[in-house]
Design a binder for this molecule. Sequence first.
Ligand code: GLU
Length: 418
Amino acid sequence: MSEGVNPFESLQEQVDDAAAYLDIDDGVLTRLKNPERVLETNLSVEMDDGSTEVFRAYRSQFNGDRGPYKGGIRYHPGVNRDEVKALSGWMVYKCATVGIPYGGGKGGIEIDPDEYSEGELERLTRSFAKELRPLIGEDRDIPAPDVNTGQREMNWIKDTYETLENTTAPGVITGKDISSGGSAGRVEATGRSTVIAAREAFDYLGRDIADATVAVQGYGNAGWVTAKLADELGATVVAVSDSSGGIHSEDGLDPVAAKDHKNETGSVVGFSAADEEITNDELLTLDVDLLVPAALENAIDADLAEDVSADVVSEAANGPVTPDGDDVLTEKDVLVVPDILANAGGVTVSYFEWVQNRQRFYWTEEKVNEELESIMVEAFDDLTSAYDDHDLPNMRTAAYAVAIRRVLDAYEQSGNWP
Ligand code: GLU
């Protein structure tokens, strides 16, 4: 893992790499590489013991040419301004890649949520929602979950917003609990799209995911659902990990039992059915068919990429491969399905949630999964067409080329307001 790589610089490099294949005015390219605005705020929160603690929080609205800003809110000690800017940019190109009518945004609070009580987290979240209120709205900017946030936080934000606005507006935020207006299938959506993307990638290579061995780095919501659904498709999950370390079994692990162990103990490490314990770096370099990085940015840098043995990488995390790591994987002919396609199921089902909220008409899980399947397969085909027809170096550049074209079309059609 490369701590030193700035994700915002990675995003800018990824945009530049694809822009080289498109005819883009310099000023417009600068626009495609920088956020429209970033809120930075210090939230004062009362702790359970009566003291006050201050937390730095951000919301970056990167680009709204294709629709309202859209993207999650992350709670993590590593959150910083450039990371949030990068994540918001990735959302722009992700929404464009799958063709859903949103721009991109992202938020974050610099905090380790494990160190705080539920009451403290609720006060913090409501304080952030109060700061966000003038910026967000069903047609303006629609937050969602990201690392270390979920239905609970989304429900608090919705309630705070609706209370302050004296209205009902479930579509102001997605990833809510079903009883608060959430969608069936939203919790599983990121893992589901990661597996669909991997399945299509094996198919593109003339292979079947059912024959694949799989390693998953990160066992949060995205990673664990990916492992479960890959297993359901017949693939063999041989290794999984979390921030405490990994476990490996040559003959395969039961993803659900590993998750139960993590729920009980806080980590997959110590799962008694596993053959051995391994480090995260050992997991990333295992000789498997499919590698799924599902943790944080910069997991695979150039050095580590040299040792990656997988044939296919499906990026459940945002930004897990650095640009230098990407060059190495391209050189080694590893098929990387980029984050902005592979993990787009989360925001795609967020879109379905928002549509249902606006219509006050709710879909079955079956319908959600069918619609997600067709959006993913169509988007995958758009990328492989761009990749094959224009002789692009890899699928990431193909994804950015397709996505940038879509953002540019919207920008050029609308014109610029002085
Ligand atoms: N945080 C997720 C992502 O990075 C989901 C965003 C959303 O649903 O708006 O794609």
